[in-house]
Ligand binder design. Sequence first.
Ligand SMILES: Cc1ncc(COP(=O)(O)O)c(C=O)c1O
Length: 367
Amino acid sequence: MKPIYVTEPALPPLEDFIPYLQQIWDSKVLTNGGPFHKQLEDALCEYLGVKHIALFTNATIALITALQALRITGEVITTPYSFVATAHSLLWTGVKPVFIDIDPVTLNMDPDAIEAAITPQTTAIMPVHCYGHPCDVERIQKIADTYGLKVIYDAAHAFGVQNEAGSILNYGDLAVLSFHATKVFNTFEGGAIICPDAKTKQRIDHLKNFGFVDEVTVVAPGINGKMSEFNAALGLLQLKGIQGALEKRKVIDERYRSALADVAGIYCVPSAGEKVANYAYFPIMIRPDYPISRDALYQKLRDNGIFARRYFYPLISDFPMYRGLPSATPANLPVARQSANQVICLPIYPTLGEAEQDKIISVIQEA
Ligand SMILES: Cc1ncc(COP(=O)(O)O)c(C=O)c1O
């Protein structure tokens, strides 16, 4: 059997992409808000159920731009249980990350811990919808409103996720998506900011194009965050297959859940009650009553050609550029630490076959 990785990017048939390339070659418009860029923005607004979207070259530049657009300074409260780009975006903006612990069930930022972390320097909260499972968006907004804080969601995992009111991306002042190759919806590399109004989108569009407003006017020290026509064209094509891809992910999710339900010491992280899930990841926790340790199972899977990943281990707060912060102290983050030490994300992607999934399940069952 060929190696099984934690994910495999979804790609349309190559021949379907050729007509898009032909159009790019014919028009010679490669970037800077070309026709595919405009079409993808419109198509994503409709598919996701959001009002305004600004496409980006990746989510990391989008997070940095989101912070700049809202002029965030001082301290931002965030989670250590995420991909390192969440906190890196704060450091790149000259902002101090303040880590708080996570909820043991959802693994998202614990709203109970937010208030205690607020200081006179706090200007914003940056929560992550970890694994595409929604944060407690209502409570976070309430706290933000009480203290006059902005909320910027790192929604890199949350493409297409909905609660009762619709898209989870409509919460907060801004929400940032990733379209990286490993994500549910990919444009090779890519990202986006969901904006609540046209004025904010316009500011963000200026910021992602060096701050240019017109040929001779630069209004801010912007960056080059633009998505190319090549990526936007792929996005349009990917959207046609997204529903089928999500349905296949759901079947894989359900098969894992039923096969692993009775394995002592294995806990499948549940959804956070979302109305529409995206099955972006399949995290399990390896608990003390499992016969071997988390790292022994991780190695055993590798020995069998299964390259699962320990997302999110190590915690962001353990990396050298963060561990000196007062909020990075282990006593402040017990749930995040335990989760990081127990987690394995199992392979989940639309082309994962039943035989491959059965092999993964049997390695876990037979430890
Ligand atoms: C939670 C989170 N935030 C940010 C990023 C950065 O996204 P990108 O690779 O598009 O820059 C990722 C993953 O790549 C992520 O998982």
